[in-house]
Design a protein around this ligand. Structure first.
Ligand code: NOJ
Length: 533
């Protein structure tokens, strides 16, 4: 079977504010990314997804776009972008842009027109509603970032809907003119040669046409975001969203080998619907299971089996350990277990996405309250929901400001960057970076790991084991100890005979394995099996 680049390669997410500053303003930029492309090539990733770089008032750090076809001066110019694209391609890599079609900035000319009067031709480009007769909000929908999702507009005497900040009004995707405008935005970047899009909050794009109240969430607990008080039954994941996804896919399919990732936080059975009928929807509906899962071998094994089993015939799996919205893996499961997580990410069947900095084991950096910048953190200060800790500057070396910038960065650096950085880890075989690089190289050279079948082998309260097998190539057994205690693995039904080709503890590499495997706590191994083809 033929495989495309987005199936065989590894994707790497760059949060551009925090990757590399090139002009000494403390904020990362496009020229900075260009400077680090050789590093990414060395690491072995195949595609780079860059979070939004468009003009924006930055109320939500670029996810509030005021011009879909430009570049924010903070990040550079359109010429810098063209150079970035050209340099990425020159290295045989791909570039994926963030597309934010659900909402614009409230400063976008479309919204400024829309709010200017009730009979403006763009009025219906956004979601405007009257107050109820008693003067109350149109319905009970909540904003993800806290408070109601409706904002009153004094000038025209109506509410508009915003799933996120009030500075991010939702577009009305039921309006064909909105559809045309956004599909044109896609064409603009595709014509430039961009290889794909990561589509922001794809499952939010269409809302219930009757705007019914969302039901109460019976499982809500005080520590959760206020948004979770309700189940978003009518504000998200509406059946008609799939028509929109199909339209977007049709645009992509007019070009050669372009792709679309959908950002979708839904349970597996709902997520896989986004592959579309005959898999003509999103190429990769982001699978966040490894982010939300309880870190327990049996639980993970069962969830992975459920996902594998739920995939449609031509649906290609994908795996994500972290992103700019979530606590980092190192902080979720601990430094040692993060090595096991890396091995899992890079050996499961399907496309892995690595969040910048995870490859050097960056952890969530505590940000004092008076330095918090993330609106989610600021709006719900008592809930510990700020995303800043996972967005701190990349740690390149032990210079002042970690080689990220020459001046104090926009967000504070991890204090330990002198011990945790690329320069130091590059030459250390025990480092997280060496582990990541070794795993990527192995995955990219072994057909079984790149696109072979996945077969679950065993799981208990400590160990999770599975096989990856492609025809006419060596087969692999992956054994991961997801606990901190030593374990012994001897499966009843599979004979093991082979040698360890990669391990979270490098000393294990090269060791011959017969019938059983002993692992220390937080250890994982990849065994090349003898004699099976
Ligand atoms: C999802 C993005 O990943 C997040 O950073 C952003 O705040 C929301 N969508 C709103 O665009």
């Amino acid at each position: 079977m033929e495989h495309f680049w987005w199936q065989t390669g590894v994707i790497y997410q760059i949060y551009p504010r925090s990757y590399q500053d090139s002009n000494g303003d403390g904020v990362g930029d496009l020229k900075g990314i260009i400077k680090r492309l050789d590093y990414l090539k060395w690491l072995g990733v195949s595609a780079i997804w860059v979070s939004p770089i468009y003009p924006s008032p930055m109320a939500d750090f670029g996810y509030d776009i005021s011009d879909y076809q430009g570049i924010h001066p903070l990040f550079g110019s359109i010429d810098d972008f063209d150079q970035l694209l050209q340099e990425v391609h020159a290295r045989g890599m791909k570039l994926i842009l963030d597309l934010v079609p659900n909402h614009t900035s409230d400063q976008h000319p479309w919204f400024l027109e829309s709010k200017s009067s009730r009979d403006n031709p763009k009025r219906d480009w956004y979601i405007w509603k009257d107050a109820k007769e008693d003067g109350s909000l149109p319905n009970n929908w909540l904003s993800v970032f806290g408070g109601p999702a409706w904002e009153w507009d004094e000038t025209t005497g109506q509410y508009y809907y915003h799933a996120f900040l009030k500075e991010q009004p939702d577009l009305n995707w039921r309006n064909p003119k909105v559809q045309d405008a956004m599909l044109d935005v896609m064409r603009f970047w595709l014509d430039k040669g961009v290889d794909g899009f990561r589509v922001d909050v794809m499952w939010h794009m269409i809302k219930d046409d009757q705007f019914r109240d969302n039901p109460i969430n019976p499982d809500y607990q005080q520590h959760m975001a206020t948004y979770e008080q309700l189940l978003p039954v009518y504000s998200t994941d509406q059946p008609e969203v799939h028509d929109i996804v199909t339209q977007m896919r049709q645009v992509l399919d007019r070009y050669s080998e372009r792709m679309m990732i959908g950002e979708i936080y839904l349970p597996t059975h709902k997520l896989v619907v986004y592959y579309g009928v005959d898999s003509l929807g999103a190429h990769l509906p982001f699978n966040f299971m490894l982010i939300s899962a309880h870190w327990d071998a049996r639980h993970l094994a069962a969830s992975i089996d459920e996902y594998e089993g739920a995939l449609p015939k031509h649906g290609w799996p994908n795996w994500v350990l972290g992103n700019h919205d979530q606590p980092r893996i190192t902080s979720r499961v601990g430094v040692q277990q993060a090595r096991v997580a890396a091995m899992l990410l890079l050996t499961l069947r399907g496309t892995p996405t690595i969040y910048y900095g995870d490859e050097i084991g960056m952890r969530d950096v505590p940000i004092p309250f008076d330095e918090v910048q993330d609106p989610q953190g600021l709006n719900m200060p008592d809930k510990n929901l700020s995303r800043d800790p996972a967005r701190t500057p990349m740690q390149w070396n032990n210079d002042e400001y970690a080689g990220f910038s020459e001046i104090k960065p926009w967000l504070r650096l991890e204090k330990e960057y002198r011990r945790q950085n690329v320069q130091l880890q590059k030459n250390d075989p025990y480092s997280m970076l060496s582990l990541y690089r070794g795993l990527i190289q192995l995955r990219q050279t072994e057909p079984s790991l790149m696109n072979g079948n996945y077969t679950p082998v065993y799981s208990d309260h400590q160990v999770f084991a599975f096989k990856r097998c492609a025809e006419n190539s060596p087969h692999f057994l992956i054994v991961l100890n997801l606990s901190h205690r030593p374990c012994y693995f001897r499966p009843g039904n599979v004979c093991i005979s082979g040698s360890v080709v990669a391990a979270t503890t490098p000393e294990l590499e090269g060791i011959a394995v017969k019938d059983y495997i002993n692992l220390s706590g937080d250890e994982g191994v990849i065994v090349r099996l003898d004699g099976v083809r």
